[in-house]
Design a protein around this ligand. Structure first.
Ligand code: 13P
Ligand code: SF4
Length: 334
């Protein structure tokens, strides 16, 4: 396939849609291509299990950002969603960043359109803007500090108590942080479609059937779910807790992909995905799950789709990312 046909296909579909010989061993081919091209495959915990198994590093948003910043590979293959690949480019622009599907977005990032957010920010000039990393590069560029679910509390605590703050885009994480920090941050009204789907009623019923099970929840969940959680944290924090805690059963209120690593680290324990409020598989992120082993193989082989970014935007988005890294280092988080 010539490069123009490939580019046209990506403009249209967001990924390379090519026939792959069904006989080939995708695992072996991906490993071979990574070696040949000196590429690193970074994957989020919400990726399908095959992708996690072939990745060089699996982690939460903070861990992935750190890996992207520090890698000496020539190419970063990002198995996650668009804002994560953008973050890699922001932090390490000399690397070629490719992703399996350009259309793997994020409902939370989509809930903060740039012009509306800019106007909101301008209405509150005395506020510092802390944005969750799940946002576009444009929103990052309009922010003062970025945070992730694993460092948000410490980043907020590092600011003076009387400092007015806007927190965006996740209203659930923001409300939880307000409670934890005793602040009254102004919250942008965004949310993640996956974490808002859990049913308190079904979790309560599940708890009756599994009275010894502990509930683990991601702070993107709604307050009612967080109120019944035994432990709340980022994906990495939930994973660590599940491995170190003495409980034998856990109900997990986050995207189902994380269960793979939980089960690998604690094969003797039982992990039950928290049920959604209907009968669909809505606790699978439809964006994360757009990535497949086939698309990873093709994007590595053709080095497409590539994530590129305007340099002015990149530099503006890097400032609040650097601030996050600086505070995280000084607080001993990374
Ligand atoms: P973390 O893995 O950083 O906790 O983020 C969860 C998430 O929703 C990523 O899209
Ligand atoms: Fe976005 Fe939610 Fe999917 Fe994470 S799980 S990528 S926050 S839609």
């Amino acid at each position: 396939m010539d490069i123009n046909t490939a580019k046209a296909q990506i403009n249209d579909k967001g990924f390379l849609d090519l026939e792959i010989d069904p006989q080939i061993d995708l695992f072996a081919e991906i490993q071979k291509l990574k070696k040949e091209k000196n590429a690193i495959l970074l994957a989020h915990y919400y990726q399908e299990t095959d992708i996690q198994d072939v990745a060089d590093y699996i982690g939460d948003s903070l861990g992935l950002a750190q890996q992207a910043e520090q890698t000496t590979a020539d190419m970063i293959v990002f198995a996650g969603v668009h804002f994560m690949a953008e973050t890699a480019k922001i932090l390490n622009p000399s690397k070629k960043v490719i992703l399996p599907d350009l259309k793997a977005g994020c409902s939370l990032a989509d809930s903060a359109p740039t012009p509306l957010f800019k106007a909101f920010r301008e209405k509150h000039p005395d506020h510092i803007v802390i944005s969750y990393i799940n946002c576009t590069a444009e929103i990052k560029a309009l922010s003062d500090i970025i945070c992730t679910s694993s460092n948000a509390e410490k980043i907020i605590d590092s600011l003076p108590k009387d400092q007015p703050i806007i927190f965006a885009p996740d209203r659930n994480l923001g409300a939880w942080l307000n409670k934890r920090s005793g602040r009254n941050m102004l919250l942008w009204n965004g949310a993640c479609m996956v974490h808002e789907i859990f049913s308190l009623e079904k979790i309560t019923k599940l708890k009756l059937r599994h009275p010894k099970a502990k509930v683990l929840a991601h702070p993107e969940c709604e307050e009612a779910v967080l109120n019944v959680a035994d432990y709340i944290g980022s994906t990495t924090q939930l994973l660590k807790y599940s491995a170190s805690d003495s409980a034998e059963e856990f109900i997990v209120a986050t995207e189902t992909g994380i269960l793979h690593q939980m089960q690998l680290q604690s094969p003797q324990k039982t992990f039950i995905p928290a049920p959604p409020n209907n009968n669909c598989a809505c606790n699978d992120c439809p964006h994360m799950k757009l990535n497949t082993l086939e698309k990873i193989y093709l994007c590595l082989r053709y080095e497409l789709p590539e994530l590129t970014m305007d340099e002015t935007l990149r530099l503006a988005a890097k400032k609040p990312m650097d601030k996050m890294m600086e505070i995280s280092r000084s607080q001993g988080i990374i």
